[in-house]
Design a protein around this ligand. Sequence first.
Ligand code: CA
Ligand code: CA
Ligand code: CA
Length: 373
Amino acid sequence: MKHLRTTKSACALSLLLALGACSSNDNDDNNVLTEEIAERGISVSLDASQEIPAPVGVPAGASGSAEVSVDDNGNVTATLGVSNLTGPAMAVHIHRAFSGSTGPVLVGLTSDDGGSTWSVPADAAPLSADEIGAFNRGELYFNVHTEANGPGEIRGQIDPGNTTTFIVRLENISTPETLNVLSDGTTQPVPLSPGAYIVHREVADSPLLLPRDAANAGLEAVAEDGNVGPYPSAVPGSAVFNIPTGASEPGPIGPGGSYEFTIQAVDGDKLDFVTMFIPSNDWFYTATDADNSLDLFVGGQPISGEIPSSEFAIWDAGTEADEEPGTGANQVQRQSAPNTGDPDPNTRVSSIGGRGQSVSLNGQVLRVTVLPQ
Ligand SMILES: [Ca+2]
Ligand SMILES: [Ca+2]
Ligand SMILES: [Ca+2]
């Protein structure tokens, strides 16, 4: 274990969290707090209320408690106990997703007492650098599976205690006059589709857009058809938004509509998203600075408010040949079936401007707002 160092602020927060006494050996390393908390162990409470979907027939006292830590090499140490479940715990995993959504298994725990207590086996694979980042931003959770509740009976989000929660809103601010259809002189609104997002620390391109020379299956499905289904498996760590604010079913958003989702992040984390520019063959909005991501912190402080429209743009997935926006027979509003259209002669994922393409718009289509809580 690394020598324990701490800053004054880390010390105060640690005391607040009752995680133990602080060293007086101060320094200015910004990463100290995260390392310190992770290595000391985080206490996690599991219950049925955190489960998605809601479990059935769970006794009122069903619960679990766990201690978990991750070292600098990604090695996970955890112990977990359960009580008052509907039946024996059949499996216990650490999954990746923020509170309120579900995601893939990263680590499996084992039990040698018939399912009362569980731990991470010594030969478990360590977390990757990306997964350590997910741990530090509160994106991992324990899930306990039973026979009665296969998807999960009790769940506990692992919260390192130093994350910022943000509500992200994507709002359609187009009007019926926004899109100029030059061939017939009419105008249309620009609906936006369900899409995907990811919180990450990549220094190059957003994982949502890789590989750049031929779109991944998740990006192709969103950019051509507004279909978010393939993304989570195509890009590990990605999640989807698909239910418009105030609605109960997935669907696109027209003028005045919005999507909202909640993320957690720590300093250094970035956000990227994709949503289809629907009156097109394979166009989408994404962040468009050097790494296709919005920096969620600037100077160590969380960003807040409306993101300047110069920080995102219309991109082309390079998967379908382009027809005139708002008119093409192979565009999602008119095509005979999903994934219909000629191959794109330029398969590179890039901005329409970078490909020498353009569209005539009267005003903006998308407003992005990020609100730290
Ligand atoms: Ca195209
Ligand atoms: Ca296609
Ligand atoms: Ca198409």
